[in-house]
Design a protein around this ligand. Structure first.
Ligand code: ZN
Length: 223
């Protein structure tokens, strides 16, 4: 397919959005053509329609600002990870101390939203990696998780995005990522199963063969 100038620009933007991450969210090429203020304005209008169709009185004091509140929440909070400008800057430090054993970061909380139902997926992530030449600032791991979580997602893709981003940033071969989460689309609707949780995990390099470490990552602490 031949792309015109605008489409090429959009493709560049999408590339920078996904950076070197392989798993991609199903966005259109024009996903970032509208600025955030316009997105809030348009979502407010659409949400107004939804509330109206549901039969609510939009002049009611409690409900009248709900469309705007929802629109701001979508754009500025729960889906802020869609905006490439919100990607955290990843600082790495030279591994001058020669630390080459697993670093384990446990119970990193996240809130994402199921892209099939637009309701919350909430859980925790456990991450390990064996540093090579660089180590990553610990809070950056938390920020990365948050960035990829704050979009309409599926848990499997979120898991892959986290490990692929770490892999590309740190260039280590040895990484493990495990997510345990509760899906509101399972608990609040459909089968209404309140007690269940979903675990996804991926282990690379030496971590694959370290059953103790895998037990820690998949352990009951996870959520
Ligand atoms: Zn769902």
């Amino acid at each position: 397919m031949k792309l015109n100038g605008n489409a090429l620009l959009a493709e560049e933007k999408l590339k920078s959005f996904n950076h070197h991450v392989v798993a991609q969210n199903p966005l259109r090429l024009d996903a970032f053509d509208k600025d955030e203020d316009l997105k809030i304005e348009l979502i407010t209008e659409k949400f107004n329609d939804i509330i109206e169709i549901l039969g609510f009185d939009l002049t009611n004091d409690s409900i009248k600002d709900t469309p705007y509140r929802v629109a701001r929440m979508y754009v500025n909070e729960i889906f802020k990870g869609l905006n490439p400008q919100n990607k955290p800057k990843i600082t790495v430090f030279e591994n001058t101390y020669g630390y080459h054993t697993p670093l384990v970061e446990l119970n990193i909380p996240f809130t994402s939203f199921c892209e099939h139902h637009f309701v919350p997926i909430q859980g925790k992530v456990n991450i390990t990696y064996i540093p090579k030449d660089y180590v990553i600032g610990l809070s950056k791991i938390h920020r990365l998780v948050d960035f990829y979580a704050r979009r309409p997602q599926v848990q499997e893709r979120l898991t892959m995005q986290i490990i692929q981003e770490l892999s590309a940033t740190l260039d280590p071969k040895d990484i493990g990522v495990a997510l345990k989460a509760n899906h509101s689309c399972i608990s609040c609707r459909g089968v209404e199963d309140l007690g269940s949780s979903t675990v996804t995990s991926v282990f690379q390099g030496q971590i694959k063969n370290d059953s103790n470490l895998i037990s820690v990552l998949l352990g009951s602490n996870c959520a």
